[in-house]
Design a binder for this molecule. Structure first.
Ligand code: MRU
Length: 347
């Protein structure tokens, strides 16, 4: 399979002493990278959704730790770690739901704690490894997931889970890329993903760059689309997968999953094992991020709702394991995930 033909975008570019991030707030009409020269800038970029998507924020945070190290003079890794702790804690708290962020920071902490005089090189090597392992996992998952899909199928995806949300290729979008390349997927639909419009602004643009035609639908059109028989799979990513298989993902995923079950459409969750959180027992234990209501009250900075109205803006929801037909990670496929199957795969 010619992966590169369907995978041209890179949201994160490590430049040795700074981190360039594709500013996803400005897509699709402005393609611009911003340069982060310190960890505080990376923290801010994660908070503001300059960089977003669970794996991508983990990778960015890992490079943020490397940047924090540029300001520190220390004889070994544990001394450096102690000096960097406030910056690392800030990075760790930049967004609450996607566990890849905490996973990447924990990995950086671990290698730094064990490093000697060469701690800077050790940290940079680890951040690069986190990035390259993510790309490799995505390509592997792409093939695993695509093989579950029968030829001439239609798929619906939600949010953006593509190259823009990862080191490259994407998770759910990786399956869609691979499924198109393997001629299994004949129709791709993307829901717009109110209020931040990851589907409308990012996913259909990203697919267009790689020559994959996709059709945009309103979030509320998902059930109707399924009823027409146009889609056989809902293929989505994840921000945190619990020990019992419950999965947090972008708000609206749960609604699509309920509609999918009602209409006999299969649900596939695609995520690297860095998204699996065996320390969280079930979905109700996940901290669901709530963002500023302003995201709902205006569009492109123009207020669309009467003054004085307030908004509730949870940006993730939890799809219970019972609604998931296949969980695809780089470790393999789990059909109908539950606590026993999760434990057997991710101890
Ligand atoms: O708020 P975002 O845009 O960071 O949310 C992203 C999602 O919910 C994605 O679906 C998820 O992180 C998987 S990305 C490969």
């Amino acid at each position: 399979m010619d992966f590169d033909r369907y995978d041209r975008i890179r949201p994160i570019r490590w430049q040795g002493n700074l981190l360039s991030l594709l500013d996803q707030r400005k897509l699709p009409f402005v393609v611009e990278y911003i340069d982060c020269v310190d960890s505080q800038a990376v923290t801010q970029a994660i908070r503001d959704l300059v960089v977003r998507g669970a794996p991508a924020i983990g990778i960015a945070a890992a490079y943020g730790v490397v940047l924090a190290g540029l300001k520190v003079d220390a004889h070994d890794g544990s001394e450096a770690l102690a000096a960097m702790m406030p910056a690392i804690d800030e990075l760790n708290a930049s967004r609450p739901t996607a566990v890849n962020l905490m996973w990447a920071i924990a990995r950086m902490r671990r290698v730094l704690a064990a490093a000697g005089r060469d701690w800077r090189e050790v940290a940079e090597r680890e951040a690069r490894a986190i990035e390259s392992e993510d790309l490799a996992a995505n390509r592997h998952m792409g093939r695993l997931g695509a093989e579950l899909i029968a030829p001439n199928s239609g798929v619906l995806t939600h949010c953006n889970t593509g190259s823009l949300a990862t080191a490259g290729f994407g998770t759910a979008l990786g399956v869609i890329r691979a499924g198109v390349a393997l001629e299994r997927i004949a129709r791709v639909y993307a829901s717009e993903t109110r209020p931040w419009l990851q589907g409308a602004r990012l996913t259909v643009w990203e697919l267009l760059q790689d020559g994959i035609p996709a059709t945009l639908i309103a979030d509320a059109a998902g059930a109707h689309l399924m009823k027409t028989g146009a889609v056989q799979w809902l293929v989505v990513g994840a921000d945190r997968i619990c020990a019992n298989g419950d999965t947090a993902n972008k708000i609206g995923t749960y609604t699509h999953a309920i509609a999918a079950r009602h209409h006999g459409v299969k649900v596939m969750v695609v995520a690297p094992s860095s998204t699996v959180d065996m320390a969280t027992a079930q979905g109700s234990d996940i901290h669901i991020e709530e963002r500023d209501g302003a995201e709902l009250l205006s569009m492109s900075g123009v207020r669309t709702v009467a003054d004085g109205v307030s908004a509730f803006n949870p940006v993730f929801d939890v799809t219970p394991a019972g609604l998931i037909d296949a969980l695809v990670t780089e470790k393999g496929v789990i059909l109908a995930p539950d606590a026993d199957k999760m434990r057997a795969c991710f101890r």
